[in-house]
Design a protein around this ligand. Sequence first.
Ligand code: NAP
Length: 269
Amino acid sequence: MEATTLIESFRVDGKVAVVTGAGSGIGRASALALAGAGAAVVCADIDGASATAAAQEIAAAGGVAEGVTLDVSNRGEVDALAQRVAAERGGIHVWCNIAGIMVEGPFLDAPEEDLDRIISVNLKGVFFGCQAAGRIMVTQPEGGSIINASSAAADAPSPNIVSYAICKAGVVQMTKSLAVEIGKKKVRVNAVAPGFVLTGMTGRYFVRPDGTVDEEMQEAVIAPMRKFTPLRSIGEPEDIAAAFLYLASDASRFMTGQVLRPNGGVAMV
Ligand code: NAP
């Protein structure tokens, strides 16, 4: 590949991308990154207002986007969105399964309802997204790219998040198994396993109900994360969006079944 062509291959002009969890944090940053690099982006989130806000920000910057309400744990909703987007926009080239929730607590007391809830979003939600996108992508001559959010929690165990960790480990195995199954149809399936990133999910430890930040609590949460991370820093959503953009683009055309780990070095697998 020529050098200029190589640089251009990191762009995603002309691609249609669906991003779940696009209303907040890593999903939002990924939607903005994809749109900035040329994709038409469908921003989907259970919080439709935040998805619409992300789409409006993209449009204000000159990009193409729409915001939709989507519960990834509802298979019918996921299928319907995929069908509609493919019909209206002429296909789906990139599907990012980023929506997720956290459930914490001691394993020995974990209620079954909590387990069902996290599996329905973090595992079944990714399964439904892969299935809906995969069914469309295998019919396209150009195939497509599916990218799933895993977590460093699948690589480096921590206490009190067993159900979260098993979902994220399941996402890795789903990614690899599906990559083998549909690779011959030019559909690539990869995962991104971020380290600690400041987002709505992690900010809830120190953001007060009125939206202000308890800075002392914030430092108490972040300081140990920094200490045990080789790069001595925590991530920003854009650090993770860069991995999603790379895996969405043709620059990663020879990668499938892989896990990218933007995690500051906290887990090396
Ligand atoms: P976030 O800021 O909370 O964003 C997640 C988004 O997903 C939220 O807008 C959330 O809406 C939405 N969502 C929740 N349930 C949904 C559902 N059933 N259907 C559709 N959307 C739903 O979290 P984030 O930190 O950016 O996390 C994004 C992904 O990265 C997650 O899969 C997470 O597990 C993973 N991850 C995060 C970190 C980290 O340190 N932040 C590290 C490793 C992996 P509500 O806010 O209304 O619930």
